[in-house]
Design a protein around this ligand. Sequence first.
Ligand code: PHE
Length: 453
Amino acid sequence: MTDTKKSIHGQWSSRFAFILAATGSAVGLGNIWKFPYITGENGGGAFVIVYLACIALIGIPIMMAETMLGRRGRQSPINTMEDLAQEAGADPNWHYLGWLGVVAGFLILSYYSVIAGWGLSYVVKALTGSFSGASSAEIKTLFEGFIASPVQVIFWHTVFMATTMFVVARGVSGGLEKAVRFLMPTLFFLLLLLVAYAMNTDTYQRGIHFLFDPDFSKITADSVLTAMGHAFFTLSLGMGAIMVYGSYLPDHVSIAKTTVMVACADTAVALLAGIAIFPIVFANNLEAAAGPGLIFQTLPIAFGNMAGGWLFGILFFVLLVFAALSSSISLIEPAVAWLVENKNLSRFNASVFCGLATWFLGLATVFSFNIWSDFKIFDRTLFDLLDYLTANLMLPIGGFCVAVFAGWIMKQEHSRQELEMAKPEHYQIWKFLVCYISPAAVFLVFLNVVGVL
Ligand code: PHE
């Protein structure tokens, strides 16, 4: 065990608090906004199967590894990796893994905040009855008009970023722990309600068929990479978010059980979102491959036409924003924790500094949907590029290194001690996955994309 070592930033009040916080980090825009649209772009069922396989074989073992490294190090990921490398007698350069995560966190949050800002503005649209009785064409025009306006989008991006920084400045176990406690169950309930609505459309079967019947001819090397990258993204892996949350985890809490629960909850939310959205897409003759605007162009149609839709619409977008908020704070926490540890900054100053930097970077995403939409690098807009670079490259590389460190570098007695598995076979299974299966899978997917396989 980690003796009596504790993080200077505080500790979760219980195992349940960690589950909530980690679920809060995992469940976010990734599940409700991104999963449906990338599933739509990559042809449905086969993509979903690859994604689920990645969660089970790569995501869960690496999530355990990352939580374990965090709890043993009890500091920001950069300092944790430095200490753990020293403890294992390994190269001190391992701390660059922490840096990779900090940079990835900044880049992801920069666009995450913009999309969450879209969600915020949709709270207001829902409130003012903009969806009421609207046709799918009107909903589409509403969305396109909104993202075309840099001023509006920047305004909401600013509101979201400021809120994130406010929460981060207050520390991990303050308001956040309490908020997530009732937000997550309510979000779940609302998704069930949307699924019930979708079940009543004529196209429900078609939606289910699209989501779950695999047609592997639609899978390309790049879609496999996207599925794997999304497994990292949706579980908040490969950039230190789960590591830093693990560093606030009390001793003797079972890492295996908690991480499996978090991964299951996360997957359930994504699948429910998919089940709710695709029948609506088909019922309105919309494009499954509509891209990042997908949920904003489909769900309002449902809200605008169902009984009680006004209230449910407001609730849904409020919850979406909260789900995004509980993820965004974990994106920036590694950087803030490091600034507090190494630069002697107060949490408040560290948060403001990180917030301003990310806000500024976010402008690239804002403009890539309007004034810079024609500006492309490698045939991608700046938003697409940021997304590809982080989710498809940086997170898998970070996760690969976490697996290698936990499996090959760290002393076996330490990982065994820290994981405290109930049965020795369970430890052996984890060890096998993290030493061989997860790193090999990531490596093969990369080889496949560069065309070596
Ligand atoms: N997991 C979050 C989501 O699905 C995003 C995230 C990625 C959060 C990486 C933290 C770290 O929305």
